[in-house]
Design a binder for this molecule. Structure first.
Ligand SMILES: [Fe+2]
Length: 356
């Protein structure tokens, strides 16, 4: 059977304070804020920021839950690195850029023959830029990061595992990846789609204690892989169950896409995601992405409550509302079903309205 998974859809991390996160993504990594919305699980309104390349493409999207209420514990069983593709020859620029911003970063290193520079988010999560050739995705540029050096989207991600074998089996049998090779403690896999953002490295760390699974500042929460349709999501869930991964979730309506989650053998939470038609453009035009706080229609009646509980933030100029930039107000429609008649679930907006 052809593989259902095409590559990475998004990677979701928990930073701490919202403004610190916003400044790091936009100024240090040079990402575009493509969507401001809120976390759809739980009873406390938490921002949900989406970051992406110039076209907010699948495979470039990092998302943030600024979760300053609780620290996470970094460890094995987590995505431990989010890797961006940058043009060949730009590693020295990135090392200098990170130094200019006085953020913790590595020297230029090499893995699987490519130059990489690592950088740490102020909340603790690690990122890296990886030199690649011929990545034609449209970058987002800033006043410090021009199109010749800017990130193109994801190169991939690193997962830390205490044992490789069962996670490898999951990657190959359940997600359809193929193994490309080993470099030291790193085992490299590529998604069947073979497009940009399709690389996963398993970092074999047998002695590393397991990290936390909750939302917690300083850790990744999950990684999502792209499938093309709702029917593919249903088929992926059936494949999990056939292989014995019977804790796959129901299929959730995340407004911009539909999602299904499973806990992989190494401990990493893995989501599969099918975009709805229009994706991030269903409520904002391409030029106006990320200019408004967008809520799914079934959260709108709680908008004022939500707004009063979110942290105040200052967004970049490119994300300020502008005259005439109307947001599409979509009608609240009943929860959908997949074409095969499998119901989609929605989380209700039931928030605790008193701040602790
Ligand atoms: Fe997700």
């Amino acid at each position: 059977m052809a593989s259902l998974v095409q590559g990475i859809h998004h990677i979701t991390l928990c930073p701490g304070a919202a403004q610190e996160d916003l400044d790091f993504y936009t100024q240090v990594l040079g990402q575009r804020l493509v969507k401001q919305t809120v976390l759809m699980d739980g009873r406390i309104p938490i921002y949900h920021f989406y970051w992406g390349n110039g076209d907010a493409e699948v495979g470039s999207i990092a998302t943030s839950f600024p979760y300053s209420r609780r620290r996470g514990r970094p460890g094995s069983g987590q995505v431990t690195m989010t890797a961006y593709a940058v043009p060949y020859g730009t590693a020295p620029f990135w090392k200098d850029h990170f130094a200019r911003h006085k953020v913790e970063h590595s020297e230029i290193q090499e893995r699987f023959g490519a130059k990489v520079v690592r950088v740490r988010h102020p909340a603790g999560m690690l990122f890296e830029v990886v030199e690649t050739r011929k990545d034609l995705r449209r970058p987002w540029v800033t006043n410090q990061i021009n199109a010749d050096v800017a990130t193109r989207g994801f190169f991939g991600a690193v997962m830390s595992v205490r044992t490789v074998e069962e996670q490898e089996q999951f990657m190959v049998e359940a997600l359809g990846f193929r193994k490309l090779g080993i470099d030291g403690d790193y085992h490299r896999f590529e998604a069947a789609g073979r497009g940009p953002g399709s690389i996963i490295d398993l970092h074999h760390e047998p002695m590393r204690a397991p990290g936390s699974w909750t939302f917690g500042a300083g850790t990744a929460h999950h990684i999502a892989f792209n499938v093309e349709t709702d029917d593919a999501l249903v088929a992926q869930k059936a494949l999990y169950e056939e292989l014995g991964y019977t804790d796959a979730s129901d299929i959730k309506d995340r407004y911009y896409f539909h999602s299904m989650y499973v806990r992989s053998p190494g401990g990493i939470l893995v989501e599969c995601t099918a975009n709805v038609p229009g994706g991030f453009y269903i409520d904002e035009s391409p030029d106006d992405l990320g200019r408004h706080l967008n809520l799914p229609p079934w959260y709108e009646e709680k908008r004022e409550d939500i707004l009063t509980m979110l942290e105040p933030i200052v967004v970049p100029e490119a994300n300020r509302p502008r005259p005439g930039a109307a947001r599409a107000r979509l009608p609240l429609e009943p929860a959908a079903m997949t074409p095969a008649g499998v119901p989609l679930t929605r989380t209700k907006a039931e928030f605790i309205l008193d701040k602790p």
